[in-house]
Design a protein around this ligand. Structure first.
Ligand SMILES: Cc1ncc(COP(=O)(O)O)c(C=O)c1O
Length: 405
């Protein structure tokens, strides 16, 4: 195994060990049993500080869909972060938590007319559109202070999730959309895009920003008008089982392009995964052990239809550590398959895992379980949702990577 991968795995093991040694974690496990997600909001705050340092001119709107836990919303609200919503329920949650509507943008490109009306009534003014029919929905209810962003499509087939396969328009169609909005008397304030989630490719971020800026200048000249907003979306990747470009490295590539643009436009971003992924550790336990023709199988009490839904929906390869291994590797060891608790044979979390021999009841821990996990979990097979316990007294381990000066 390449050294950088070994270093990452060791770092992730240390992070799990640090969490599992705390009184907070032991109390949460004693209270809830397993499975349980241990959520540390101070890591969300740390990640937000990193983003602000890396891109100081940007206004960040956390994508609530990625982890809607109230402790995450509260921590980010307290730090002054904005929010990005995609549904009425997300708006209601932010209202319940006292977030003012001017801090919220609605970025779902397709909305029921009633949802638009409710969002406008709630006080939200910034919305995303990517087609004429969506644009026309705003004619009746829009209002003069409405800000529409046209979502552009930049395909990234090598991203963890290529969000431009479903939404967004090409530059050519965006021009026609702006013309249609002008004709309808609607204000297109600017453009948004999402380069693809978990995109380990700083050059792709840079190209999307450059192409959007070029489109904006061209349209400003052609139509004799000014845009005010450039929304660079989300997409910053997180190191699950292999290193990726971290946000400081991405910032180093995109800042020379964004710096001059920040003098002309309000720069928005909609980070999700990078803020919350590292904030949660999942603790499960072994429900069953079986030796099958292809080797040893361990059956855990959480799986792909629960917190490991990120395996299905995001293609994540989660790291899985035996708790007994966290401080020093235990012998004997073997390669094993880890499966979830449901009857579906697709419910396999990981194969070829290097683990000590485990017994029923042994604890198993996965790091980096804060993004696209609890939010996409189901109750398949009648299994309850995994409880989330908020750790209040755990400080994050210092990061190995130096931040930008
Ligand atoms: C419109 C929009 N913005 C932001 C995000 C968050 O993306 P990420 O988690 O890659 O930062 C998503 C994720 O689906 C999204 O759809």
């Amino acid at each position: 195994m390449d050294d950088t991968v070994t270093t990452l795995i060791d770092r992730r093991r240390d992070e799990c060990a640090a969490v599992m040694q705390t009184d907070d974690a032991r109390a949460a496990i004693a209270l809830h049993g397993t499975p349980v997600l241990l959520l540390n909001p101070s890591i969300v705050v740390r990640q937000y500080a990193r983003l602000r340092q890396a891109l100081p001119f940007a206004r960040f709107h956390y994508a609530v869909k990625v982890c809607a836990h109230p402790a995450v919303i509260a921590a980010l609200a307290e730090e002054g972060c904005g929010f990005d919503v995609a549904s009425g329920e997300e708006i209601s949650q932010l209202e319940r938590q006292g977030v003012a509507p001017h801090r919220v943008i609605h970025t779902h490109p397709i909305k029921k007319p009633v949802e638009i009306r409710e969002a406008l009534t709630a006080g939200i003014r910034t919305f995303v559109v990517d087609n004429e029919i969506e644009l026309e929905k705003f004619c009746r209810d829009g209002g003069s202070d409405l800000r529409l962003l046209v979502r552009l499509a930049y395909r990234s087939p090598h991203a963890g999730s290529d969000l431009s396969s479903k939404f967004g328009v090409s530059a050519a169609r965006a021009e026609a959309l702006v013309a249609r909005a002008d004709a309808l008397g609607l204000d297109v304030a600017g453009f948004s895009f999402h380069v693809g989630s978990q995109l380990d490719d700083p050059a792709r971020f840079a190209a999307a920003i450059r192409d959007t800026a070029a489109l904006m200048s061209r349209l400003e000249r052609a139509r004799g008008r000014r845009f005010t907003v450039l929304d660079i979306g989300g997409g910053f990747p997180i190191a699950y089982d292999r290193p990726v470009a971290d946000l400081e490295e991405i910032a180093q590539v995109i800042r020379p392009i964004l710096d001059p643009l920040a003098e002309r436009y309000e720069i928005l971003a909609e980070p999700g995964r990078v803020l919350v992924a590292e904030s949660a550790v999942l603790v499960t336990s072994v429900d069953g052990v079986a030796d099958r023709p292809d080797g040893r199988w361990y059956y855990l009490d959480d799986g792909l239809y629960g917190s490991y839904s990120n395996v299905l929906t995001e293609g994540v390869h989660p790291l899985v550590f035996a708790e007994r291994d966290l401080t020093a590797l235990v012998e004997p060891r073997r390669r094993a398959t880890l499966a979830g608790p449901t009857c579906d044979s697709a419910d396999v979390i990981a194969r070829e895992c290097d683990l000590p021999d485990l017994r029923v009841g042994d604890l198993v821990v996965s790091p980096v379980m804060g993004a696209y996990t609890s939010v996409t979990a189901t109750r398949f097979n009648g299994r309850p949702f995994t409880p989330v316990a908020v750790l209040t007294r755990v400080r994050p381990l210092a990061r190995a990577t130096p931040s930008l000066a």
